[in-house]
Ligand binder design. Sequence first.
Ligand SMILES: CN(C)c1nnc([C@H](N)S(N)(=O)=O)s1
Ligand SMILES: [Zn+2]
Length: 259
Amino acid sequence: MAHWGYMTTNGPSTWGKDFPIANGERQSPIDIVTTAAEYDSDVLGSNALSTNYTPESEVKLVNNGHSIMCQITKKGVLTGGPLGKDEYRLEQFHLHWGAEDNRGSEHTVDGKMYASELHLVHWNASKYSSFADAVQKPDGLAVLGIFITPGVACNQFKVISDNCGKLKTSGAEMTVDTTLDPTLLLPSNTSDYWTYLGSLTTPPLFESVTWIVFKEPVEYSKEQLLALRNLVDSDGNHMQDNYRPPAALKQRKVKKTFT
Ligand SMILES: CN(C)c1nnc([C@H](N)S(N)(=O)=O)s1
Ligand SMILES: [Zn+2]
């Protein structure tokens, strides 16, 4: 099987060959049509979305050939909002980005694409014993989506952007001896978000993700975005435009926590 990627020959339009769920009923990402999203006080009311992350004492970075990923080693919990009482454990975070600032995010808002999108991937530790056990369950995963827009530098992201140059080849890994608090990667407003039932946005595209996409973007500097674009993917090309375009909404509703 040719390795999936984002080129014409192995990109999102070809994934259905090896992963038929690509044309499934709850695929991600989606275009968020803001006027169609339904305000749902239940999502917000009962218990607000809350994160309780433990700062990493060292930062494990991996170029996995299609993104740059930070492997989490400390206990970090996401709960509340659409997740109810279940506690979801932070597993890793990674990003998707474009070759230019006008594209790169996976979710779009009324057709608008952001320059990048940060994903914090969690698994349901209240119901399952591991990420591998949860990854194919309909309520197995929860991913926080944070839109990234060019602006001032994000200090907490410096440890990643400053080390991209040392992670240029696919499979490269490194451990940076510094702390990182995932909480500081989130926008200041974490009350306003859209949420819907979807999937992983890369193969195997499992339909196991409760998506929570924050309305407020976070700013990264031009240099930080350029650092991402200088990474090299598993085909030896510049890793950029590593985003899946929006999939059909089908019979789903997007909920929102703000009016
Ligand atoms: C196995 N893990 C953690 C993941 N598999 N696919 C992932 C996708 N990159 S995403 N964008 O999080 O759905 S994350
Ligand atoms: Zn992702």
